[in-house]
Write a protein that binds this ligand. Structure first.
Ligand SMILES: NC(=O)c1ccc[n+]([C@@H]2O[C@H](COP(=O)([O-])OP(=O)(O)OC[C@H]3O[C@@H](n4cnc5c(N)ncnc54)[C@H](OP(=O)(O)O)[C@@H]3O)[C@@H](O)[C@H]2O)c1
Length: 362
């Protein structure tokens, strides 16, 4: 399903739903909206990676854990990273470690797991010259290809294999004999078997054991940025801080405010993760559930909030967010650093550290 066709169908349905026309839930099934097939282990083979060298560029959260999984799966992995902490860590884990440039020259598949804002410059300076026709460029987030910080030659494959989880969870779940879910995308298919290579890489990480979905790089990039900015990071964090600030400004003890507005959110999210919002509502009291329905839309007016979220999505899809973020990073991230410093001094963070040390298992 092409990105734009899907987008149009979804929009039409959403408009009908909002205006009370038709049965949105039935339409989801009858109008071919649930078209995404979940791909499992049996549909993937590790064969396309047999006899190949996979270079993982970067040994951070994703780099280390993806490299460990692939090694366990019998794939030949080398690590390309600059000198420093990550370089030493990769050596300690027993990997063959070298510069990004050297690894790019040796590799058949190059998985770039550097910070997104660095992909363009490292690609230009250290990877591009080592690329050979038929090589595969891989990523775990489509930022660089969606916003063109990397413009690859036509004779290489470009794929994405994105675990939907932090790196440490990728390896932990793999070692438990299962895996985390993930997304794959084929952006450029120079050799004709780019999809098989993406499936093989996903299988090597254990993602096909849990199940993967196939999408376009644009879909993954836009949805990922939208989700983290509006709900998962921006969104949840701001909600927690607002709640905490209101309570302490009203004279409540910060320890109690922290428990109420920040600490307990994990328990709520865990329940939603396990069984949806209804399961969470079944566990909390009727009073809490009624407060959710009656007060939630009062503090977060849905139409107003959705209008703002639509503007946020526009900034993501138009490239406006990416342009500003890349400029911030290129200037040495002064605003990011200032925000980090301010957060370190926020009473919620200071209270949180105190709470965690008080309630540690002694
Ligand atoms: N974190 C997640 O949960 C997650 C989930 C899905 C996808 N992803 C994607 O995975 C990719 C990697 O993210 P990450 O969170 O794993 O990054 P990260 O933890 O920040 O690690 C980045 C790695 O890149 C190295 N590095 C930085 N600049 C470099 C340079 N100029 N030359 C060579 N090496 C350099 C760092 O080495 P040093 O130690 O020397 O700094 C570090 O090993 C991104 O595309 C991200 O969007 C992340």
């Amino acid at each position: 399903m092409g990105y734009n066709i899907g987008k149009l169908k979804h929009r039409k349905l959403a408009v009908r739903w909002a205006s009370g026309v038709g049965n949105f839930y039935q339409d989801l099934f009858t109008e071919g909206i649930f078209t995404m097939e979940i791909i499992h282990d049996s549909a993937a083979s590790l064969d396309p990676l047999k006899g190949k060298t996979v270079a993982i560029m970067g040994f951070g959260a994703q780099g280390r854990n993806q490299a460990l999984c692939l090694r366990e799966s019998g794939v030949h992995v080398i690590i390309g990273v600059r000198q420093g902490k990550s370089f030493e860590a990769a050596k300690e884990d027993g990997f063959e470690v070298m510069s990004v440039k050297e690894a790019a020259e040796k590799a058949d598949l190059i998985q770039i797991l550097l910070p997104d804002e660095r992909h363009g410059e490292v690609y230009k300076n250290e990877i591009e010259a080592g690329l050979k026709p038929g090589n595969t460029l891989c990523c775990s987030h489509g930022f660089a290809y969606t916003f063109n910080t990397i413009v690859p030659p036509k004779d290489v494959n470009v794929i994405m294999v994105a675990p939907k989880s932090p790196g440490t969870e990728v390896y932990r779940r793999f070692m438990e004999g299962f895996g985390v879910p993930g997304l794959i995308a084929v952006h450029q298919n120079a050799t004709g078997d780019a999809r098989d290579i993406a499936l093989a890489y996903a299988k090597g990480l254990g993602l096909t054991r849990a199940g993967i979905l196939e999408c376009t790089m644009q879909q993954e990039t836009y949805e990922d940025l939208f989700g983290e900015q509006n709900v998962l990071c921006g969104g949840i964090v701001d909600l927690m801080l607002c709640g905490f600030e209101v309570l302490i400004e009203a004279g409540y003890p910060p320890e109690m405010a922290y428990f109420e507005c920040i600490h307990e959110s994990k328990l709520i999210v865990d329940l939603i993760y396990e069984g949806g919002i209804q399961k969470m509502n079944a566990v909390i009291s009727n009073t809490a559930e009624w407060g959710e329905y009656s007060n939630g839309p009062f503090i977060l007016p849905h139409e107003q909030m959705k209008a703002l979220m639509r503007e946020s999505l526009r900034r993501v899809e138009s490239g406006e967010f990416a342009k500003k973020w890349l400029a911030e990073a290129a200037a040495g991230a002064p605003n990011l650093n200032a925000k980090r410093a301010a957060l370190a001094e926020h009473p919620a963070e200071i209270t949180g550290a105190r709470i965690r040390s008080m309630f540690e298992k002694k």
